[in-house]
Design a protein around this ligand. Sequence first.
Ligand code: NI
Length: 198
Amino acid sequence: MNGCRRAAIRWAGRRDFGRPGKSIGLEERGHHPAARAVAACRGGNPMLAFDLYRHWETDLRPFTVNALRRMTPEQLAWKPPGWHSSAFELAEHMALCEWVWIYRNALKVVPWEARWESGRFPDLDSLLQYWDEIHRVTVQWLKDTPISQLGRKLPMPYPDMPWATMDWVIYHVMEHEIHHRGQIFMLMRMQGIDPPEI
Ligand code: NI
């Protein structure tokens, strides 16, 4: 995680932690053409964060889970010589990323002092069950939150990254899942397993 967090902070630095005006323009929420269009479809109700990030639920996560479910415990545990992580370890690493950035840092469901206990899941079912519990919290937040809230500064527990926007946090966690899902697809191919078609 440390390597990923450092990379995240470098990347966030380039985006100025999602500071309004340098992000994707959500600060113009009421005036954004997409926001107006969706609001019109909703009968004037505000565009929700879920309207922007629904593909996490409909595409990204189902394909991630589908890929993992295609593997036996032995295939999940396999890694080629010199490679750092098995598919199972990558899956836990992705769950950890969502837990750290959204569940803990941003939404504070657990205190910032909480730490992830690595290697505690005996099998894929238990890992996926806990990961889904975390993700339900993320999805509920997305469904409850107008996009106007995405650009708000949230304090972060890092001296070198004192705040970030939820816009940046969500994008980062999704991008991280896409990145490591590609590695899982590679590990599947190397074992003669077809990954799901995207
Ligand atoms: Ni990572």
